[in-house]
Design a protein around this ligand. Structure first.
Ligand code: NAD
Length: 246
């Protein structure tokens, strides 16, 4: 119960890593706030958290819409009185090589992965500073450290998230708020659905552990960083990739 009663907002929590994180946080005793655009899946995720004995609430939110994010944060504060953890997990890909990428593809990914993270962090920061306690966790990627073929927009957004993390850890550390990022390797979730089997096989080969990661293995990293066990971890980028970049 490392997260007992910690009010934790998790974006993109309807599936994949976000859902695994919501369920992990529920098992660790957190009050889980499930945010996603997929209404039916939000309801199901909230029900699963409750089945695990956690308090939970769901919000259908598009993180690119600042008014929706602000309304969600206000409602959480009214209902639960505080905000202890924000996991900025929502993210998308729209891949194409530089020569083929459209402005629409570029803007869509930057809008969710970078602007959405900014919206959510800015919406909770005053509350965390007033509490003189809080944790913000951002979803980067190994692609945000090393780049990747066909992912100009995604790589820029995930490098940007590391920039947010370093900057906010400096600004907010003195105010009692820790900020860290997780950089997953390739994790078996619906986001990989568009990748050809040949590419996935190649990825497996590149990883010293010879397999892709599981969403639970990223959720475990978020739970650690959100907990008091990580009380001296600030401004870090925790790579969870099976060693693929060694
Ligand atoms: P996923 O596609 O399975 O789930 C993403 C969730 O985010 C979905 O439920 C989706 O509805 C939600 N979402 C998308 N846009 C949103 C928006 N505008 N507002 C609110 N919710 C929105 O993805 P995943 O694999 O679970 O990835 C989660 C995060 O981890 C992403 O930020 C991704 O970039 C990052 N990541 C994933 C991997 C991987 O291999 N799976 C690797 C590195 C980083």
């Amino acid at each position: 119960m490392r997260l007992k009663d910690k009010v934790s907002i998790i974006t993109g929590a309807a599936q994949g890593i976000g859902l695994a994180t919501a369920l992990k946080f529920a098992r660790e005793g957190a009050t889980v706030i499930v945010c996603d655009m997929k209404a039916a899946a939000v309801d199901e995720a909230v029900a699963e958290c409750r089945r695990l004995g956690a308090q939970a609430a769901g919000f259908v939110v598009n993180v690119t819409d600042r008014a929706q994010v602000d309304a969600m944060v206000a409602a959480v504060k009214t209902q639960f009185g505080r905000i202890d953890v924000l996991v900025n997990n929502a993210g998308i890909t729209q891949d194409a090589r530089l020569q083929k990428m459209t402005l629409a593809q570029f803007d869509a990914v930057i809008d969710v992965n970078l602007r959405g993270v900014f919206h959510c962090a800015q919406a909770v920061v005053d509350t965390m500073v007033d509490q003189r306690a809080g944790v913000i966790l951002n979803a980067s990627s190994v692609v945000g450290i090393y780049g990747n073929f066909g992912q100009t927009n995604y790589a820029a957004s995930k490098f940007g998230v590391i920039g947010f993390t370093k900057t906010w850890s400096r600004e907010l550390g003195p105010k009692g708020v820790r900020v860290n990022a997780v950089a997953p390797g390739f994790i078996e979730t619906p986001i990989l659905a568009s990748m050809p089997d040949k590419v996935l096989d190649h990825m497996r080969e590149q990883v010293p552990l010879k397999r892709l990661g599981h969403a639970d293995e990223i959720a475990n990293a978020y739970a650690f960083l959100a907990s008091d066990e990580a009380s001296y971890v600030n401004g870090a980028v925790l790579e969870v990739s099976g060693g693929m970049t060694v």
